[in-house]
Design a protein around this ligand. Structure first.
Ligand code: ARG
Length: 570
């Protein structure tokens, strides 16, 4: 199905060609009308193209309106103000589109989807359980992945885990000195966290420990057998734990190439930087200095003692991706604190002449009203605990609303609704605003929340069920009647879905999807309150059943872009 905006654009283009001949006109932008009175859509192309067409906007608009080519899309068209064009669509055309919503895919072939889009997200530093500080990168990244896939991009989801950093030296020391075998057997990652804290405590008094940890890390990086196998074990127990959380969140990855994966590639990267005079030796270290206009701090790519850094591994990562994928774009999702890091190494890869489109999609950090989370302060909330709380709250609601459901069904509903609420609370924020963590907010079920949308979905399913029980089964080929303004406004809004998804992809903003879905539900509720369904005569009945069904389909598809599920009753 061609997008409405494209279809309208083509009609205007042809009309302009008929009137003015072949001209290099600027793209015709079609937007949903800001007010019902102005029709369904509006365009300002007469103003934008006044220069090219060497006429005044109002005259162009009138000319186009009076000479519009034959079509079965537009019912009525009028000029407004200095040269806006208001467009009213044919009811039949709109109806036809709603009917096709689940049977025909949108034609998005005009998008340039060649090559791979690599999305680098979640990427926790290993050997700690995931806490709410890990939530944002994980679910924003996952939603961007879903949005790009929906539009037809080939996406590679990469979890760039932090598996090579200084924590390993400390863990190795902690493991050797303070590990409780029994506790480790019972809950390995909890025990690793404990010995890590033990290390921090002890190193405050015993400063030698830090040196020892550095030494163990160096040995690990040089391939020492014992350290290497311990390291592998730490990774395994961490990933086993993370995968539980990822499973519940419905998040998955194609690759888990962590920092360690790039270790052997880093010497060649530094060599290339030195060869090309991009990096210089400075007091024993290798450093990239930037031009003053770039306003970037110098970036160390290799320390005096030979060690490589975070930036070095990210430069190596770009090289690897360039050589091993047909990369079109790389998208990195991290918190705001890494902006300088990304600016630095993006610039370095530019200096190397490696042309790859890269975006750092950063988000505001989540904190408590009284300050940032810190494992050392012990004020972290583990992600699993948060998900359990969400589920618990949802279960209370289900128990109250639907006490007769089976225990299994209740458990299933509360998992979907509880986790949906948490994800949505995060995804519906402007990505770059800081988030203050509040239990009430993240577990809210009212207003602009996932449970509210899931409830609209379930309500539609219940209408369809009740209809079917009374031999009023949905008919796929029913005529759509748009007499009531609530019907028209709902149906029209459904047709805006694909363009909205494109905008969300361009700006990496899942909150455009949440805003859209909330407005869709709102329009559905207005429709449902003013347009009864099951007690109507055939024509209206089947039209409304179909409108309701398609609303549910769009809701489900939109929630899926956020990684949020639906249930048939709740
Ligand atoms: N592990 C890093 C952290 O927790 C995030 C990695 C982001 N990805 C990247 N390619 N640098 O801060």
């Amino acid at each position: 199905m061609i997008l409405i905006e494209k279809e309208l654009g083509a009609i205007f283009e042809e009309t302009i060609k008929n009137i003015y001949g072949e001209q290099e006109i600027k793209p015709i932008d079609i937007e949903a009308a800001s007010n019902e009175k102005f029709g369904d859509f509006q365009t300002n192309f007469a103003m934008v193209n006044a220069k090219v067409l060497r006429s005044n906007p109002r005259a162009i608009a009138e000319n186009v309106v009076n000479n519009l080519v034959d079509n079965n899309v537009i019912e009525k068209i009028e000029v407004a103000g200095p040269g806006f064009i208001n467009i009213f669509l044919k009811e039949e055309y709109l109806g036809d589109r709603v009917r096709k919503i689940s049977t025909e895919k949108y034609d998005l072939s005009f998008l340039d989807t060649h090559g791979d889009v690599i999305i680098d997200y979640s990427s926790p530093n290993i050997a700690k359980r995931m806490h709410i500080g890990h939530l944002r990168s994980t679910i924003i990244g996952d939603s961007i992945k879903r949005i790009y896939r929906y539009l037809g991009y080939k996406v590679v989801a990469d979890n760039h885990i932090g598996d090579w950093g200084t924590q390993f030296g400390k863990l190795i020391i902690g493991y050797r000195n303070w590990l409780d075998r029994e506790a480790y057997k019972a809950n390995p990652i909890e025990e690793l966290e404990r010995v890590y804290v033990e290390f921090s405590k002890n190193s405050e008094e015993n400063t030698e420990l830090e040196d020892q940890a550095r030494e163990e890390l160096r040995k690990l990086h040089e391939g020492d057998e014992e350290n290497y196998s311990l390291w592998q074990e730490f990774i395994k127990v961490s990933l086993d734990e993370y995968n539980k959380v990822y499973g519940r969140l419905g998040v998955d990855f194609d690759t888990y190439y962590g920092e360690s994966f790039y270790h052997d590639m880093m010497p060649a990267v530094v060599e290339e930087l030195l060869d090309k005079n991009i990096a210089k030796e400075d007091d024993g270290a290798n450093v990239v200095f930037f031009e003053e206009k770039d306003k970037l701090h110098p970036c160390i790519v290799q320390k005096k003692d030979g060690a490589f850094l975070y930036a070095t591994s990210d430069i190596a990562t770009v090289k690897f991706r360039k050589e091993n994928y047909d990369v079109n774009q790389i998208i990195y999702v991290t918190d705001e604190r890494q902006q300088d890091h990304f600016r630095q190494f993006f610039k370095i890869t530019d200096m190397l002449g490696w042309e790859v489109k890269k975006n750092h999609v950063w988000f505001g950090i989540m904190r408590f009203a009284e300050g940032i989370f810190s494992s050392r302060k012990g004020n972290v909330i583990r992600l699993e605990h948060l998900l359990d709380e969400g589920k618990k709250k949802a279960l209370e609601v289900v128990e109250e609303k639907n006490p007769t459901l089976s225990a299994e069904e209740k458990a299933n509903i509360s998992e979907v609704v509880g986790i949906g609420a948490i994800k949505y609370a995060d995804l519906s924020q402007n990505r770059q605003s800081p988030v203050i963590f509040e239990w009430d907010k993240i577990l809210s079920f009212e207003g602009n929340t996932a449970p509210y949308l899931q409830y609209s979905y379930a309500r539609i399913q219940s209408i369809l069920r009740k209809g079917a029980e009374n031999s009023k089964v949905l008919k796929e080929d029913s005529k759509i009647i748009l007499e009531e303004s609530a019907e028209r406004s709902l149906v029209l809004y459904m047709s805006l879905f694909p363009k909205m998804v494109m905008k969300a992809a361009e700006s990496f903003r899942p909150n455009l999807v949440t805003d859209y879905l909330f407005e869709l539900s709102r329009r559905f509720n207005t429709f449902y309150n003013s347009c009864p369904i099951l007690n109507q005569e055939d024509e209206i009945l089947y039209s409304r059943l179909l409108i309701a069904d398609r609303t549910a389909k769009v809701l489900k598809e939109g929630l899926d872009l956020l990684g949020i599920g639906t249930v048939d009753r709740m």
